[in-house]
Design a binder for this molecule. Structure first.
Ligand code: 5GP
Ligand code: MN
Length: 341
């Protein structure tokens, strides 16, 4: 895959002189959000720009190993005015791994304070918003990290990818493709992985850091959710699971601990769609996964004010858990009656 040459030229022109830059990524940032932000920040800093990475809230604790992550400003925990200063003073605002400003939640109000900065989208979600000066949007790309790797390669040559950039990019490429197993994986993804591997990164170490560095509480919580909270219905083809605040407390829940749970029901033969509902302070977060042609992006848009990709999407519910689960079962029935499931 290649990023369109005219986009590269536009980007090059924007970066021709030293710029004050803010890189933003989405709420509940994941490996792709953090990895792409850090790698893109390092590239821009190497080129002499001043860069601040900001995310709306904290990323999961097991991503703490990612090179440079200590420098990310976490807006929700920010006790000083560093985020405000960076945003107000920015010439360019890069938006990575999300497609609409609504995914920034509270942080979007801060961005509205700066109307003069150019906004550039680098993303792989479907249906990107309109409010960008430059859109590098490739929904067929398996991750934003893959897009950042291509950008760096096309702008400066693959020799510009450092070992720390490669580590960060590999995390997003690995996590957003389910370990290089999803249908979005192409031969070119492996070509890029080979460039990253050439920098000397340790793939086993990255794998251990991302997938084998959880707490004991997380392992026990997983057992509990699968054993006690997984409901399978619709002839064994749909599953839902849920977690409420008191259950999280019982297992010393830390943000990110339920990441990946939603994939597990899809290991059952015949399963077509899986949903995980997690109680947060202000809403219930909905996480959806599907197999093959079943489109959970449309499902998330239609019923949970969300979106994402065809086989992995999310959204929110403002109702009680009981009501949310009841409605989910009703929506599944409705979706099936339309031939969508
Ligand atoms: P996850 O279930 O891993 O949190 O999210 C799966 C996919 O859905 C991700 O690509 C994520 O960006 C997208 N997604 C999750 N929550 C929301 C949401 O509230 N709104 C939108 N538009 N997309 C979401
Ligand atoms: Mn992504």
């Amino acid at each position: 895959m290649q990023i369109a040459v005219n986009k590269i030229e536009e980007l090059r022109a924007m970066l021709a002189t030293p710029q004050r830059i803010v890189i933003l990524s989405h709420t509940n940032p994941d490996g792709d959000a953090i990895g792409s932000s850090l790698a893109w920040a390092e590239f821009l800093q190497d080129k002499g720009h001043q860069v601040t990475c900001i995310v709306p809230n904290r990323y999961p604790y097991y991503l703490d190993f990612m090179p440079g992550c200590q420098s990310i400003v976490i807006y929700k925990n920010c006790s000083d005015d560093s985020a405000m200063k960076a945003v107000k003073g920015a010439d360019l605002i890069f938006c990575l791994d999300f497609h609409t400003m609504s995914r920034l939640e509270g942080l979007s109000e801060l961005i509205d304070e700066n109307q003069h900065a150019k906004r550039i989208l680098i993303d792989h979600h479907l249906d990107p918003g309109e409010d960008f000066d430059l859109m590098i949007s490739y929904p067929q790309a398996s991750s934003t990290c893959y897009l950042v790797a291509l950008l760096v390669e096309q702008m400066c040559g693959s020799g510009c990818i450092t070992k720390s950039m490669a580590e960060n990019l590999f995390v997003g490429m690995m996590t957003d493709t389910g370990n290089f197993a999803f249908s979005s994986v192409t031969p070119d993804v492996f070509r890029v992985v080979s460039i990253l591997a050439e920098t000397g990164i340790s793939i086993p170490d990255i794998h251990i850091n991302v997938y084998n560095s959880f707490t004991e509480g997380r392992a026990r919580l997983f057992g509990y959710v699968i054993n006690r909270k997984m409901k399978i219905f619709h002839n064994g083809t749909v599953a839902h699971m849920s977690l409420e605040a008191d259950e999280m407390k019982r297992f010393w829940f830390q943000q990110g601990d339920s990441e990946g749970f939603v994939n597990y029901p899809l290991t059952i033969k015949k399963m077509k769609m899986s949903a995980m509902f997690t109680q947060h302070s202000d809403c219930i977060r909905v996480s959806l996964r599907s197999r093959g042609n079943i489109d959970v992006n449309i499902f998330a848009q239609r019923y949970f004010n969300g979106g994402g990709h065809k086989n992995a999407a999310g959204g929110k519910s403002m109702l009680s858990m009981e009501e949310t689960l009841r409605l989910f079962e009703k929506y599944v029935k409705e979706y099936a009656e339309e031939g969508m499931l």
